[in-house]
Every structure is written in structure tokens, then in C-alpha cells.
Design a protein around this ligand. Sequence first.
Ligand SMILES: [Zn+2]
Length: 256
Amino acid sequence: MPRPPSTPGPPDLLIGPFSRRPNRPPHPFTVSRLHELQPVCFQTAPRKHLYMLVLHTLDALTLVSHPNTKWRDLLPPLEGEQPWWASLYSTLVPRPIGDISWRLLHGAVSMGTYLAQFNPIPDTCPFCGVRETLVHIYLECTRLQPLFRLLTNLLLRFWLHFSPHLFIYALPIHGLTKSRDLLVNLLLALAKMAIYKTRARRLADGVSCDCGAIFRSSVHSHIRAAFLWAASTDSLDAFEEWWGSLLSISIRLPLF
Ligand SMILES: [Zn+2]
């Protein structure tokens, strides 16, 4: 960056990506973030930014050919929809539970059709015997339908329509409806965890768990833990503000 000759010290150095094909627009759904990185001052740039810049430059050709989620093909987003990665984690969603949603969105969860390529195991669903794909495990298996009916009823109370897209891509968090959006994303994350855990248990020891029951007990545990915390920190008003809508729903629905 040019400076007046009288300025003391070395000149500022800017570092940023340099596109070889500046006229070609980046693919909107690629996992590469090179096109988003702006030039920054090398002397003061955060290490994280420099790491990101180097990583995405060295692996640019590999990353640019990868879509950011497998579900773009399996469940094409409707108009205005996209995966809401930032909604997968929040103050309400603990990291291990958010990780399951994150892995699911990446397609990085085990499934029969994949494992059967390397191990002498059937590629069928352990619950219903249908060929076990990612879509089958998390959307289509008949065992999931009672859980989805419960989620449909719950979300209607929040004036939301439950759909496979909402389940997989999560709900964007807006300022005006922030507490509702965080709560709904927690419910969706707990439902995915219930599906994940009941399947893992079925494969491990053959036990048939009701994923709807696991979901209900997870929600109950979360509310109980939040209540005990609020009671011990004298913040019951905040508890009521966060959880009041869900608790009033639970009185009308057989949630607990
Ligand atoms: Zn099945």
C-alpha cells in the first residue's frame, strides 16, 4: 500500500486471495470460502484468519468441487431456503447435540449402505428391513412417523410448519423471534439425537427404543436442568421467558 515518503516504519502489507479467473463467479454452494476472504493487514491479521487463508488457498481445487452439504441433492432447498449452519449451535444446544446435526448436514453419519461396502453386514435398516440410506434413517423410516407427528403438533403451536427441509436445514434465527427460534432449533436437535441414539443402541444390542420417548425424556431433562439452574441463581423470570411457551404447550399436548 503506497504511503507518503515521510511516514516512518515499514509499509503496510496486505494479504488476501488472488483469483486466477476473476471473471468467473464462485459456485454459491461450494465448501470453499476463498471468495469470501477479504485482504487484511498482514501485521495485525488474526492467526485464525491467516490459517483459513492458507488452508483454503492450498486446498482450493479440492474444496471448490465439494458442495457444502449432500442434502442439496437429496433434499433440494426450496426457494429462499439454505442450510442454517449457525443455527445448529446456540446457548440452548449443547455442543455434542449440535455436533450430531452438523454431521448429519454434512452426511457424515454411519449408514448401512456405506458400511456394507467394507464390512460383512447387511445394508438394510435394523428396524424395518428397507435399504438403509441417509434419507431413510432420518426422514423416511416408519418408526420416525410418531416422532414427526409430535414435532408437527409442537411446531404448530409456534406457528411453524414442520417439514423435512426445516428438520435438516434448521430454522434461521431472527432478532424479533430469537427465543422461539432458539427453542425450535433445540427441539429439532434433540429429535435428531433421539434418532441417532436409538439406532446406535439397536445396532449395538438389538434393543428397540422408541425415539419419540427418548425425545420426550430429553426435552424433560433440559427443562428440569434449566429450572434447577434458574432456581439456584434466582433467575426464574428468565426461565419463564425462555421456556414458558414450551411448558404451556406441554399442558395441552402429551409431551411429558
Ligand atoms: Zn427403517
